[in-house]
Design a protein around this ligand. Structure first.
Ligand SMILES: [Zn+2]
Length: 60
């Protein structure tokens, strides 16, 4: 199950679109910002069909 989520890059503040694979359960992974190319730490948490995405810089 794929969901699309919009977020603002924690480095450059640009709005970016992420495609999330909710079938994988809770996930933590890095993905480079398509605008500034710096590594964003994604934390995806899923509980009872509700999901939440958190984006941080690698040093937070
Ligand atoms: Zn960026």
């Amino acid at each position: 199950m794929l969901e699309t989520e919009h977020y603002n890059c924690p480095y450059c503040g640009e709005p970016v679109e992420a495609v999330l694979d909710l079938s994988g359960g809770d996930q933590t992974y890095f993905e480079d910002c398509p605008v500034c190319c710096r590594p964003i730490l994604f934390t995806l948490q899923i509980h009872d069909g509700e999901w939440m995405l958190d984006v941080r810089t690698e040093n937070e």
